[in-house]
Design a protein around this ligand. Structure first.
Ligand code: CO
Length: 195
C-alpha cells in the first residue's frame, strides 16, 4: 500500500490535462528529446526550472545541486554537460542561482552542518576569491551579492571545461549564461558574466 496516493492522483490528473490539450503529446515525446537548453540550478524546491520558465517536458535538460555549483572534478555535473552539449547539442547553458540561497547563507556562517560542509567549501572559495566585492555588505545584501558572485564564478567554470572549449573549437553554436532568480517576485534576470 503506497502512502504516495496524493502524488499519483496529481500525476494522473496532470497527464490527463496534457492529453486533453494535445492527444499525441506523450507519443511524440517518447520518440526523442530535443531540448535547446541545459539548466544548472540549485536543488531548492522553490526554483523548479520547467515551472518558472513555463516550459513543458522535453524543453530543458537539467542538473541541480545545492547552490548550483560547477565543480571541476564533479563527474555527475560534467557528464550531464557532456551529454547535453555533444549528444543533445543544446545551444544554451544556463547557470541559475537564486537570492536567499540556503547553501550560500550557510557558507557565509561558521555553523557545522556535517558532511555538506565539504560541499559548501566550494562557495567559501568563491567568497575568498571575491572578498573585495563583499566589503561593507551585511546581512541579506551580503548573502544576495554572494549569490550573484557565485553564479558568475560557476559560469566561468562552465566556460573553462574541456566540454565547452572543445565544442567551441569545433564551431558549435553554444552560449553560457548566468541568471539569478528572485524568490520574492518569481522573476529571473541575467547577470553580466563577461566582466
Ligand atoms: Co539555493
Amino acid at each position: 500500500m503506497s502512502n504516495l496516493n496524493d502524488l499519483f492522483e496529481k500525476n494522473k490528473q496532470w497527464a490527463k490535462e496534457i492529453v486533453d490539450g494535445d492527444a499525441k503529446f506523450f507519443e511524440r515525446l517518447k520518440e526523442q528529446q530535443t531540448p535547446n537548453y541545459l539548466w544548472i540550478g540549485c536543488s531548492d524546491s522553490r526554483v523548479p526550472p520547467n515551472t518558472i520558465l513555463a516550459l513543458p517536458p522535453g524543453e530543458i535538460f537539467v542538473h541541480r545541486n545545492i547552490a548550483n555549483l560547477v565543480v571541476h572534478s564533479d563527474l555527475n555535473c560534467l557528464s550531464v554537460m557532456q551529454y547535453a552539449v555533444e549528444v543533445l547539442k543544446v545551444e544554451h547553458i544556463i547557470v541559475c542561482g537564486h537570492y536567499g540561497c540556503g547553501g550560500v547563507k550557510a557558507a557565509l556562517g561558521s555553523q557545522n552542518y556535517g558532511l555538506i560542509d565539504n560541499w559548501l567549501r566550494h562557495i567559501k572559495d568563491v567568497k575568498r576569491f571575491n572578498d573585495k566585492h563583499l566589503e561593507g555588505l551585511e546581512g541579506e545584501e551580503r548573502v544576495n551579492r554572494l549569490c550573484e558572485l557565485n553564479v558568475i564564478e560557476q559560469v566561468k567554470n562552465v566556460r573553462d571545461t574541456t566540454i565547452v572549449k572543445d565544442a567551441k573549437q569545433q564551431g558549435a553554436t553554444l552560449s553560457v549564461h548566468g541568471l539569478i532568480y528572485d524568490l520574492g517576485t518569481g522573476h529571473l534576470k541575467e547577470l553580466d558574466t563577461n566582466a
